[in-house]
Design a protein around this ligand. Structure first.
Ligand code: ASP
Length: 419
């Protein structure tokens, strides 16, 4: 099928490179007055089409993969132990990630001395960012769909996760009476994996479309002004990346080096598409085939993580809150920080794994501690670049926790892992 015999991740890297060159050319043409900003977005539809295709399959993928994973885990104790362990670890790493974001925000002080008129960016603020408010109770209630099909139609992944867990759990109870349904869901899971695999083959085109657009049009002047913010996000992401390695060593009791080496392929996918959902099947495949993680973990813990665990997003929201406080010269007290840890964690759970999925939650995070939301319009200008970094950390977090849980369950094939 694939006309070029190169591994996909190399094709993706090549199209990123070509995208940068084309984007750079666009940028020069805009500067010379030969091209408009709209024209420089001419290849963006390729990227949009790619993400639309991913979104098309993501609901059935999450639904069948989770049912497959749960029915593979077996009944009762096994399932509840692994589920509790996964959810607890996901929440804990997200809270730590926010703390890292807050600390880095203070170390780098990206908002101090910034002389930008924020009112010019107010029009950029997405409408939903004004209204997205979530309380812990509200969030928990929002997990439960009043209509399972409605949740699927609306693409509400958290609600789909809850429904899928319930279906899988009940199927486990009815095991003998539902053998055919279980077999069918396993086959449907393979069908959706294959569909995503086919879509992901188009990723070099999507990546080219996005990168040429980002380089050609996105806030390069703003990028200069916000360079320290980008550096702060980068530094925090690197810190989190190293922490994953320590967690793998301490809790998974295996060397993190094979993990780092083998994660490059899914990371390239996440970095270039800015979508954890688009990178999900590549991550599943690499974890199972190259790292020897069991099918039940890659089909249960990983999609669960891709839906509720976004450490890069948690970091990013924490830094943006500190940034906003600095821009407006507002001092934050310790109780503000506690609130931020809570709201950033909630927002990272609720954000969709698509480009800029977390942006609408930033309004909620900032307002939770009384910060003005005007900086969202400013950050929008460079969001794509920050999104590439945080999505890479998002999927690295999901993968490292899946690996750790598989290792602690004794189901990791260490020979494959070290090969
Ligand atoms: N783009 C991110 C992801 O897919 C979500 C976000 O906007 O933080 O993981």
């Amino acid at each position: 099928m694939n006309p070029i015999k190169w591994p996909l991740w190399q094709q993706v890297l090549l199209s990123m490179f070509i995208g940068v060159l084309v984007g750079y050319f666009f940028k020069m043409e805009i500067a010379a007055g030969n091209m408009t900003v709209e024209q420089a977005a001419m290849f963006k539809p390729l990227g949009t089409l790619f993400i639309t295709l991913v979104k098309m399959v993501v609901v059935p993928l999450v639904f069948f993969a989770l049912i497959y994973g749960i029915t593979n885990l077996g009944e009762g104790q096994n399932f509840s132990r692994i589920a509790t362990k996964s959810i607890f670890t996901f929440l804990l790493t997200a809270c730590f990630a926010v703390v890292i974001g807050l600390i880095t925000g203070h170390l780098f002080s990206p908002g101090k001395g910034l002389s930008i008129d924020l009112s010019t960016f107010a029009a950029n603020i997405p409408e939903q960012a004004h209204h997205t408010t979530v309380s812990l109770g509200g969030l928990l209630m929002g997990f439960v769909p009043d209509n399972a099909i409605g949740a699927m139609a609306a693409g509400n992944i958290l609600q789909v996760v809850v429904f899928s867990l319930f279906v899988g759990f009940t199927l486990n109870m009815l095991r003998d009476k539902c053998q055919n349904v279980i077999a069918l869901t396993h086959e449907m899971a393979h069908l959706t994996f294959k569909m995503i695999e086919l879509i992901v083959k188009l990723s070099p085109l999507g990546v080219f479309g996005f990168i040429s657009w980002v380089v050609g049009t996105q806030g390069l002047d703003v990028l200069q002004a916000l360079g320290v913010l980008v550096l702060a996000v980068l530094a925090a992401c690197i810190a989190q990346y190293l922490i994953f390695g320590i967690l793998i060593l301490v809790f998974g009791r295996v060397s993190p080096l094979p993990f780092y080496k083998k994660m490059i392929e899914p990371q390239t996918m996440a970095f270039s598409t800015s979508s954890s959902k688009a990178a999900l099947t590549t991550t599943m495949r690499v974890l199972h085939e190259k790292m020897g993680v069991s099918r039940s973990s890659t089909n249960f813990v990983l999609p669960l993580g891709a839906s509720i665990n976004m450490d890069g997003t948690a970091i990013y929201l924490g830094i943006c809150a500190v940034f906003t406080a600095q821009v407006f010269g507002i001092a934050l007290e310790w109780h503000h920080y506690l609130t931020l840890i809570l709201t950033c964690t909630i927002a990272s759970i609720g954000a969709a794994g698509i480009p800029s999925g977390s942006l609408i939650f930033m309004g909620m995070v900032l307002s939770s501690v009384g910060l003005p939301i005007e900086t969202i319009g400013l950050i929008m200008g460079i969001d794509r670049i920050l999104d590439m970094l945080r999505t890479t950390i998002n999927i690295t977090g999901d993968a490292s926790i899946t690996l750790i849980i598989d290792s602690t369950e004794g189901t990791l094939d260490k020979e494959t892992y070290y090969s």
